[in-house]
Write a protein that binds this ligand. Structure first.
Ligand SMILES: *[C@@H]1O[C@H](CO)[C@@H](O)[C@H](O)[C@H]1NC(C)=O
Ligand SMILES: *[C@@H]1O[C@H](CO)[C@@H](O)[C@H](O)[C@H]1NC(C)=O
Ligand SMILES: *[C@@H]1O[C@H](CO)[C@@H](O)[C@H](O)[C@H]1NC(C)=O
Ligand SMILES: *[C@@H]1O[C@H](CO)[C@@H](O)[C@H](O)[C@H]1NC(C)=O
Ligand SMILES: *[C@@H]1O[C@H](CO)[C@@H](O)[C@H](O)[C@H]1NC(C)=O
Ligand SMILES: *[C@@H]1O[C@H](CO)[C@@H](O)[C@H](O)[C@H]1NC(C)=O
Ligand SMILES: *[C@@H]1O[C@H](CO)[C@@H](O)[C@H](O)[C@H]1NC(C)=O
Ligand SMILES: *[C@@H]1O[C@H](CO)[C@@H](O)[C@H](O)[C@H]1NC(C)=O
Ligand SMILES: *[C@@H]1O[C@H](CO)[C@@H](O)[C@H](O)[C@H]1NC(C)=O
Ligand SMILES: *[C@@H]1O[C@H](CO)[C@@H](O)[C@H](O)[C@H]1NC(C)=O
Length: 480
């Protein structure tokens, strides 16, 4: 009995000791926040209650160096003046903490910090030393490891030109949803200081132009997001980009994309998004032709887009004899108002890896015959489910058909007239025929009547008729 009790007690004591040890080992923050131990035995800490005193208070000896990821939400930081003490932190997420002001160098101890997220705060002004690090011989107070700064959904109008002086290795910057309205000189200098920048998000900043040379200095920008802005034409400064691969230009109020206001030469561009453009009506000839290496085109969800010109993408070669097309791999034209596309829009529809044409009012007339005969089988191979949903919207009598039915029946769609068939013209034709008939009937009746009355002997070529005509004439002569 005594022996068993001893074992039991030892067990309890061990458990208690272990949990006590663990509690000591864990940072104090873990009593208020959710802590998860990661593979490399570092901690991921997520706090959603008020932790201001625990995080910053120097009298609280919390073991902070084990924390590698820290997320703090719903705090009222407002004026941030305390230094963050977590030396091994790699990700600091301060989304949504009502931050208005950030004092100088509060992040300076975070020399391992790679990602700094300050989204959804009320930051209006960032002092030039907000992102200052610690002094280092030969270097200028760097935040050595910082690669990503997200400042989206704040209240920034402009950036201090020296803001990113200490964070020169940053590769990703988001200023999305800030009321910049224009990129002034200071902001332009701040951004172009980031020579290693790869991904720049300027979406929803109300800008309508890019400053000249803006894309000249940062040689590495690969992804540029200009969506949701006030551009009424494509900024020609894009031609200065050196490495631009992906351009997002969604939701800008352009009306017509033409050869004159379309895309400049961007030989590096692979992916273009032109979606949810509220006013876009047409994409004209040559307007996309300068994107000679484009591979993926997203032109979807444009509520007014009725026309993409046959020659929107192709360019004539030097002699003007042949067209040259980029080798497009993916094209998304869904949810527009397109009724027709010409097969010469792309060179090789059969080399597509992805395609979406749904939710457009396609016309089932001979101009789109190729879509049923040639494109549908390709579409069925790429995405059977979508392809089966392709259907006719016009003319009325075709609107119950799917493309697949027409394809299965080898149906030849009609061509109404030379100028692009319109069923309304049938009605006009019918009215014309009716009018003809109505005026024709009296004429026919008149002819029949006059025949009976022998007014036109010429219609009756029997000998009797001839003599009758003769004698009437003579009679009339003799009457006088
Ligand atoms: C802090 O954590 C480290 C590593 O887990 C540990 O070695 C050290 O004892 C802890 N320090 C305190 C004061 O808890
Ligand atoms: C952590 O370990 C799990 C299983 O051992 C592994 O699947 C996962 O990829 C690892 N995660 C990281 C970030 O190394
Ligand atoms: C230390 O942290 C505890 C727990 O969060 C808190 O109650 C206390 O006020 C802090 N001490 C100081 C001096 O801020
Ligand atoms: C901080 O990280 C380094 C290397 O990543 C590691 O050697 C060190 O133990 C970490 N410090 C603590 C207190 O965990
Ligand atoms: C923020 O706090 C610091 C130090 O407490 C003070 O000097 C500064 O004026 C404050 N700034 C604002 C905007 O409240
Ligand atoms: C940008 O467009 C939006 C929506 O049309 C408008 O409310 C805003 O005033 C415009 N901003 C500028 C700077 O032109
Ligand atoms: C802008 O584009 C980038 C790159 O695709 C993306 O990460 C970011 O979420 C986009 N911004 C918005 C507001 O959609
Ligand atoms: C396309 O490139 C040619 C040759 O550089 C240029 O003349 C033309 O203006 C460009 N088109 C647009 C829309 O910028
Ligand atoms: C398709 O485009 C080519 C080249 O621009 C043109 O010759 C042809 O007439 C177009 N087809 C239709 C049906 O409009
Ligand atoms: C068209 O033909 C294919 C193969 O013969 C068949 O699987 C498919 O169900 C048919 N589709 C329609 C809508 O008739």
């Amino acid at each position: 009995m005594g022996f068993k009790r001893t074992i039991f007690l030892t067990f309890i004591i061990t458990v208690c000791f272990l949990s006590l040890f663990n509690a000591e080992d864990q940072p104090l923050l873990c009593s208020q926040c959710k802590c998860v131990t990661l593979n490399d035995s570092s901690l991921e800490v997520t706090c959603s209650s008020d932790v201001t005193s625990t995080i910053f208070s120097p009298s609280n000896k919390s073991n902070t160096s084990t924390i590698s990821k820290l997320t703090v939400r719903n705090n009222n930081f407002n004026n941030m003046t305390n230094h963050f003490p977590f030396e091994n932190l790699t990700i600091l997420d301060l989304t949504g903490n009502k931050i208005v002001h950030i004092a100088d160098n509060i992040f300076k101890k975070l020399q391992k910090l790679e990602i700094l997220i300050l989204s959804y705060n009320n930051i209006e002004i960032l002092q030039p030393n907000s992102f200052e690090g610690e002094y280092e011989a030969g270097d200028f107070y760097p935040l050595r490891s910082l690669r990503t700064i997200l400042l989206d959904h704040n209240n920034l109008h402009s950036l201090n030109s020296d803001l990113f002086e200490h964070t020169e290795h940053v590769e990703q910057l988001s200023l999305s949803h800030n009321p910049l309205k224009m990129i002034d000189t200071h902001t332009a200098i701040a951004i172009t200081n980031l020579v290693f920048l790869k991904n720049l998000d300027l979406s929803f900043t109300q800008i309508s132009t890019l400053p000249s040379s803006f894309l000249h200095t940062p040689r590495n920008i690969e992804i540029l997001n200009l969506s949701g802005n006030n551009f009424t034409e494509v900024p020609q400064e894009l031609k200065e980009a050196h490495s631009l691969k992906t351009l997002l230009f969604n939701g800008n109020p352009m009306e017509k994309l033409t050869r004159a206001n379309g895309f400049p030469k961007i030989p590096t561009l692979r992916i273009l998004h032109l979606c949810q453009m509220p006013k876009l009506v047409s994409i004209g000839p040559g307007s996309l032709a300068n994107l000679t290496n484009i591979e993926e085109l997203f032109i979807a969800g444009n509520p007014l887009l009725t026309r993409i010109d046959d020659a929107a993408i192709a360019t004539a070669d030097n002699s003007g004899t042949y067209d040259i097309w980029p080798s497009i791999r993916k094209i998304f034209l869904n949810d527009n108002q397109l009724s027709y596309i010409n097969r010469s829009l792309l060179a090789r529809w059969d080399s597509l890896a992805d395609l979406d044409l749904l939710n457009n009012p396609w016309t089932c007339e001979c101009e789109n015959q190729w879509m049923v005969e040639t494109l549908l089988p390709i579409y069925l191979k790429i995405d059977q489910e979508s392809a089966k949903k392709m259907k006719c919207a016009a003319p009325i009598e075709m609107s119950s058909f799917t493309f697949e039915e027409l394809y299965n029946k080898s149906y030849q769609m009609r061509c109404l007239d030379y100028y692009g068939a319109r069923p309304e013209r049938d009605a006009a034709l019918l009215v014309g025929m009716l009018a003809g008939l109505l005026t024709g009937i009296p004429i026919v009746l008149f002819c029949m009547y006059s025949y009976k009355r022998h007014w036109f002997g010429l219609f009756d070529d029997s000998p009797a008729a001839f003599s009758r005509q003769f004698y009437t004439k003579t009679n009339s002569v003799y009457e006088y």
